[in-house]
Write a protein that binds this ligand. Sequence first.
Ligand SMILES: Cc1cc2nc3c(=O)[nH]c(=O)nc-3n(C[C@H](O)[C@H](O)[C@H](O)COP(=O)(O)O)c2cc1C
Length: 195
Amino acid sequence: MTDAANPTLDLLRTRRSIVARDMGQDGPSAEQLEDILRAGLRVPDHGKLAPWRFIVFEGTARKQFGGVLERAYLASGMPDEDDRRQFERERFLRAGAVVAVVSIVNPESKIPEWEQVLSAGAVCQNMLIAATAHGLAAQWLTEWYAYDDMVNQALRLHENERVAGYLYFGSVVNAPGERVRPDFEDKVSRWRPEI
Ligand SMILES: Cc1cc2nc3c(=O)[nH]c(=O)nc-3n(C[C@H](O)[C@H](O)[C@H](O)COP(=O)(O)O)c2cc1C
């Protein structure tokens, strides 16, 4: 297989998120979702802490959690306008399934907190890649509710836990366009010793 025809490299070169409002609800299948979740388990993780866990919202749970989002939104004091309550109630229905990736920091560990959190970011990216490889739409979102205490209580998060992302998975309705990417030369430098 030539480099150009390598499907993994090709996916990495071309992967795009498909935003939640543009995805369909036809998928992932139960098998696809399990495969995506398993891909999330296989990330680099210094010290074998597995410093993350995943909460799945599928089927009716997506609508039921909408009740939590609506109540938390109203309690937050953010403006209740333009059918916002209904939007919050139906937020998770934009996707076929939503997965909250929860970062767990063990403060007793000798592994720095920064590295434990980074591992949760790797989980999110692995899951996006796996979903895209399955031909699905996927997006990593935090929006307001990843940072809301009421919502986090409803997730029954512990003190050392935070939401790294809500991953939305659905079906592809329209192929996404490209997005402006950073310039290679701006981002890549090569270290040289000072003379
Ligand atoms: C941690 C994290 C949180 C994000 N939260 C949001 C968000 O709340 N709203 C949003 O529009 N995009 C958010 N994004 C960006 C999108 O998921 C996505 O990266 C962006 O649309 C570009 O997608 P692509 O580069 O994967 O094609 C977030 C990205 C990351 C890494």
